[in-house]
Design a protein around this ligand. Structure first.
Ligand code: FA5
Ligand code: MG
Length: 447
């Protein structure tokens, strides 16, 4: 039995998303604020940095069929089951995913469309760009709506004319643009436990597919870095910047194996920019294309755009402020220029400490999470009350009372507007409303 989402009132009013109507039920947890942003589709807005980023990446994949306006409401089958997510996978939880109703969600990733696009079988390569939705942390690189670009390339064994798959893939790799980027890649392509070969696959084929995948993505990174470097040259008086560091790390996705993530060292930390891998053969078989095998990746467009344009905060992409929007143009020369922040407004930190309901005391030990307190509920509550006026929310302390076992949490909320200086009155007012909502909706006791 899952607890009702604390930030949504439970009426049984149907939900309308654009022209479509959906029944609601006890699973419904998509807030109005999120649903009303579905129409923004930043990846299609002319001159928007997300659109520019999308087009730059698309240009690296000539011949791939593009799908850029797939509808964001999908079935749980599309988002999870078709990809092999087990019934108890945490990604399905209402703390992580926005449900429209029990069988319907706002897609949490562009992979929700993989099976359908494979089934349509219209091209060897395809690209899907779209808005995706997740309940997640509040900080400079996470936002509940963001944009992904999915790509897949498969080879049909019926069209190899007697050649081996591995040989064909290596030939295709030879034809890719050359680059001399140095990428840390310390692990073997296949690892029997951590990153296994699928039983349907031959090792030599997978080695070739993986090499083609990594080379294709490294070419994207080269393009991004070249443009970012060009833009910083034109605005920073030839101050030379250290070349960006990049590394491949092993990953796990239910729908690829082996799998990897690519990370870029940016602003003093490793930033994950994409996930990828060799498509599960079972998925292709189920999609009616059993003679195809190949790779897929999903890239976070905001993360790339932040590196490209030097945009420091993910909330900026949603800004309607002309001081933001006017800095980007699809016809600019050079196309990419460094974002010039409008004056940075002061931050205001405020702490909030509370005791969880005593039933929570015996809860799980995952950071910030117990059996009936989930950090994402708190994050969403803050967004609900404060909108984009909060820069980040962090857990700063957590402990259990030695005698009663009751758990106490302390979060630090950093209030900062991107557009203006907040008054003390305004921040105090917001903080008070967060405190009240926390008591009313999550039943905690403030300290
Ligand atoms: C996925 O979503 C997989 N569907 C990717 C994939 C596709 C793997 C095809 C294999 C084959 P992940 O949850 O790691 O994976 O998200 C992919 C990227 O989206 C991340 O690397 C990151 O760049 C971006 N991302 C994830 N969460 C957020 C967020 N809250 N805000 C902004 N960007 C995010
Ligand atoms: Mg990831």
């Amino acid at each position: 039995q899952q607890r009702l989402n604390s930030t949504t009132t439970s009426t049984n009013e149907p939900i309308t998303v654009q022209e479509h109507q959906y029944e609601t039920d006890e699973w419904t947890n998509a807030p109005a604020q999120i649903l009303s942003s579905v129409s923004r589709r930043l990846h299609l807005q002319k001159d928007h940095p997300i659109t520019i980023t999308r087009k730059i990446i698309e240009s690296r994949f000539p011949g791939f069929k593009t799908h850029n306006s797939l509808f964001p409401v999908v079935t749980t089958y599309q988002n999870f089951d078709s990809l092999g997510f087990q019934p108890d996978h945490p990604g399905r939880s209402r703390t992580d995913t926005y449900y429209v109703n029990k069988n319907t969600v706002l897609r949490t990733h562009t992979s929700a469309h993989q099976a359908d696009v494979f089934r349509a079988n219209e091209s060897d390569g395809y690209l899907i760009s779209a808005d995706v939705y997740r309940r997640d942390a509040v900080d400079r690189s996470h936002y509940p709506i963001f944009h992904q670009m999915e790509a897949a390339l498969t080879w049909d064994s019926n069209s190899l004319n007697g050649e081996s798959l591995a040989k064909r893939v290596w030939e295709d790799l030879e034809a890719l643009p050359k680059n001399s980027i140095e990428v840390l890649d310390e692990n073997p392509t296949i690892h029997p436990e951590r990153n296994p070969l699928q039983q349907e696959h031959k090792q030599e084929d997978v080695e070739a597919i993986a090499a083609h995948l990594k080379k294709s993505l490294e070419n994207v990174v080269v393009e991004i870095f070249a443009r970012a470097a060009e833009s910083s040259k034109s605005t920073t008086n030839n101050v030379t910047e250290a070349p960006l560091k990049v590394r491949w790390v092993e990953a796990y996705f239910p729908f690829t194996s082996p799998s990897w993530e690519l990370e870029v060292f940016w602003q003093d930390e490793w930033l994950e920019v994409l996930g990828c891998g060799v498509v599960k053969q079972q998925l292709l078989n189920n999609a009616g294309v059993p003679t195809r095998s190949g790779w897929a990746f999903g890239i976070g467009l905001e993360r790339i755009a932040m590196i490209l344009f030097n945009i420091p905060d993910i909330r900026l992409f949603w800004s309607q402020d002309p001081r933001f929007l006017s800095q980007f143009s699809e016809s600019a020369q050079p196309l990419v220029s460094r974002f010039v922040p409008f004056s940075k407004h002061p931050a205001c930190y405020k702490d909030i400490s509370f005791w969880l309901r005593s039933s929570s005391a015996a809860g799980g030990m995952v950071k910030g999470t117990t059996s009936d307190f989930h950090e994402n509920d708190f994050m969403e509550l803050v967004r609900d009350v404060c909108g984009d006026l909060v820069e980040d929310v962090r857990l700063t302390d957590e402990f259990a009372h030695p005698k009663s076992g009751r758990r106490s949490m302390c979060y630090r909320i950093n209030y900062r507007s991107l557009e203006r200086t907040l008054t003390n009155e305004e921040t105090n007012g917001m903080h008070e409303r967060v405190r009240q909502a926390l008591v009313e909706k999550m039943g905690v006791e403030l300290r």
